[in-house]
Design a protein around this ligand. Structure first.
Ligand code: SIN
Length: 357
């Protein structure tokens, strides 16, 4: 895929500086409050300290989990202990259903949800959920990097700003594969089956275009739903499948590389504004550093998870041929892209389609 021009997406997703009223401030005590006692680890006496809760839904072994740990360690060191970070992985503190509310109320200061999780607050971010947006894993860092057109659509998203979130970075997981109990080699293999999707309208349209039934479920609920036979399959990256043990209750994985999971690293805007300027800069730079760390390792983490699944031996992995991939692609490109013109923007969709081979 060729890269989009920046102006196209910036023009379609205008800048705004609105901040959600009513968010708790960092100095107001509670979850986001600095304690003001100057006794933070390494902080100089008299300096205010701040605590930052970072909640996410994957395990620490995944691309997001590893980047979150890196961010915690680096930010505490770079801020000389003036920002104390607590990372809550694996839906321990907040899950898919309540994390958006939690960041807007400043109960948690940072999140890194997958693009699909923003559908209700910032539907245009579903651009990252469009099927077959990338041709190969090598395209992801360039097409979705912060200084590219797709990346800028995320960073300049006025809906996120209106909801009190400041975008700090875009992190990768990688390509989604289709997991199921039947072998998925052609669209007719999807028909009549129920697939868990993240709560995204674009993903619902994709599954339905292939003839399947789309069932939105929180990430933490997927293993149980598969294990109990409430759904037939789903779509996820190797690292998410393996770390949640989904492969242990699925007989097949089609290596389809048909979609992408990317994360929008967001901070509560009021919390960010409450930090002294030097800490704002340190936070911003550390988030960028975490992006580099994440990008360097995400592909390898997924490859390692694929190896773990293969070694476990209970799940057959079938790599789609170009012809098989094309048969699925023909059912969703351009139809699903066209369906979301109003949500994502005509100019972005036109340019994405023009760049599809
Ligand atoms: C995640 O990677 O954060 C979870 C994605 C999903 O809900 O499948």
């Amino acid at each position: 895929m060729k890269h989009l021009s920046t102006h196209t997406i910036i023009g379609a997703v205008a800048l705004s500086s609105l901040v959600l009223a009513g968010c708790g401030g960092a100095r107001s005590g509670g979850a986001g409050g600095g304690d003001g006692d100057g006794d933070g680890d390494g902080a100089t006496a008299g300096q205010e300290t701040f605590s930052l809760k970072f909640s996410h839904v994957t395990t620490e072994s995944t691309p997001k989990g590893q980047a979150a740990v890196w961010f915690e360690e680096e930010l505490e060191e770079a801020s000389d202990g003036r920002i104390q970070v607590e990372v809550y992985p694996n839906s321990e503190l907040y899950g898919d259903k309540d994390e958006m509310q939690a960041i807007q109320s400043n109960s948690v200061q940072m999140l890194a949800p997958a693009s699909a999780k923003f559908t209700t607050v910032a539907p245009a971010i579903q651009v990252l959920d469009l099927p077959f947006l990338f041709d190969s894993p090598e395209d992801i860092p360039t097409v979705a990097a912060p200084d590219t057109a797709v990346g800028e659509a995320i960073f300049a998203n006025e809906q996120l700003e209106e909801n009190g979130m400041k975008v700090l970075a875009l992190w990768d997981n990688g390509f989604k594969q289709i997991h199921s109990n039947n072998k998925t080699e052609q669209p007719s293999d999807i028909e009549g089956n129920s697939y868990r999707i993240q709560p995204s309208d674009v993903l619902k349209s994709q599954i339905e275009a292939w003839g399947g039934e789309a069932t939105p479920l929180a990430f933490a609920e997927v293993y149980n739903a598969l294990q109990q036979g409430l759904i037939d399959g789903g779509e996820n990256t190797y690292s998410n499948i393996e770390s949640q043990n989904m492969h242990t209750v699925q007989e097949h994985i089609a290596e389809s590389n048909h979609g992408y999971i990317g994360y929008i690293l967001v901070v509560n805007q009021d919390f960010f504004d409450s930090l002294p300027e030097d800490l704002q800069q340190i936070l911003t730079e550390t988030a960028e550093g975490a992006s580099e760390f994440n990008r360097e390792g995400a592909t390898e983490v997924n490859e390692e998870s694929k190896r773990v699944i293969e070694e476990a031996g209970g799940t057959e992995i079938t790599v789609w041929t170009e012809e098989q991939r094309q048969a699925f692609k023909d059912l969703v490109v351009p139809s699903v892209y066209d369906e979301y013109r109003d949500v994502i923007g005509d100019e972005i969709i036109d340019e994405l389609l023009a760049n599809q081979e």
